[in-house]
Design a protein. Structure first.
Length: 287
């Protein structure tokens, strides 16, 4: 049986410490903040990121350098037969397309998953890849399975402030001003590769109810499993763990007996929506 290295990027939300425990490798994503380069979870912590965000720093994301990717692959292939590389959605970054191009020089030993997932659902794909490797699947088989299942997931996100959506150009200044005046709590959705509007709520309570109902609808109508037993359900957040823990209890009440992980949304998502966001996500179980 061949040995397989599972690689992802920090858009998955998996920290370096967690990666070490899981036996996987996480490529740190670069961020440009007020002219300086930082690497997520290397020299940029969650707390530091939100401090710089609050200070009004000019924050932008980038893809890993080509040399960083190939150097990592070359190192891993010294001790492994194959690599499964799971980058963030091809629709949200060019890093996936670049990795696929680079993999052509590795004679099939590097399989890049065109995952169309990000953050907590990307994290689930990484865990699935590790489990599939443990069951003896080849890198090519793992890529094929993950790509077949890539759209069997969804994320709903309540945004606490419109400031960062406005700053990123995702909504107009007029819409942001009106939304702020009406104290709206937009609910966004990530289905596949796009971040889109889903609903508008007047209160956090209403927004959370909308997200839970959307999750119920997905479980029933998309996955044929109203109880949620055959999907993973995750809660995610930006910079407010206490609020996330409270939301976790509400999600568990809606789906009795369901285990529910709580993790921060990746910084690549957080820079567009700001602190105080809550999210719930589901991914169909494939094992």
């Amino acid at each position: 049986m061949s040995t397989i290295a599972v690689v992802t990027d920090s858009n998955s939300g998996i920290t370096q410490k967690q990666a070490e425990k899981l036996g996987i490798t996480v490529l740190a994503m670069p961020f440009y903040i007020s002219g300086n380069t930082y690497y997520e979870d290397i020299d940029l912590t969650q707390e530091q990121f939100y401090e710089k965000l609050a200070e009004g720093g000019d924050i932008s994301t980038s893809m890993p350098a080509v040399g960083d990717v190939t150097d990592l692959w070359n190192k891993l292939l010294q001790d492994h037969d194959e690599i499964v590389h799971i980058p963030m959605s091809s629709g949200l970054s060019s890093s996936c397309e670049t990795a696929m191009m680079l993999a052509q020089d590795y004679d099939g030993r590097v399989q890049v998953v065109n995952n169309q997932r990000i953050s907590v659902t990307q994290r689930r794909s990484v865990l699935d890849a590790s489990a599939l490797a443990a069951k003896g699947k080849s890198a090519a088989q793992i890529r094929e399975i993950l790509e077949q299942e890539k759209l069997e997931s969804s994320i709903y996100i309540m945004v606490d402030t419109l400031k960062y959506l406005k700053k990123g150009g995702r909504i107009t200044p007029a819409a942001a001003a009106l939304g702020t005046l009406l104290r709206l709590k937009p609910v966004l959705q990530i289905q596949g590769e796009k971040l889109d509007a889903f609903a508008k709520a007047r209160t956090v309570k209403q927004a959370k109810s909308m997200m839970i109902e959307a999750m119920r609808n997905d479980c029933k109508n998309r996955f044929g499993d109203e109880s949620g037993k055959n999907v993973y359900i995750d809660v995610a957040y930006t910079h407010d763990l206490k609020a996330a823990r409270q939301f976790e209890q509400e999600v568990k009440e809606a789906f009795p007996g369901q285990q529910c992980a709580v993790n921060p949304l990746s910084l690549s998502v957080s820079c567009h929506i700001g602190p105080g966001a809550l999210a719930v996500a589901c991914s169909r179980k494939i094992l």
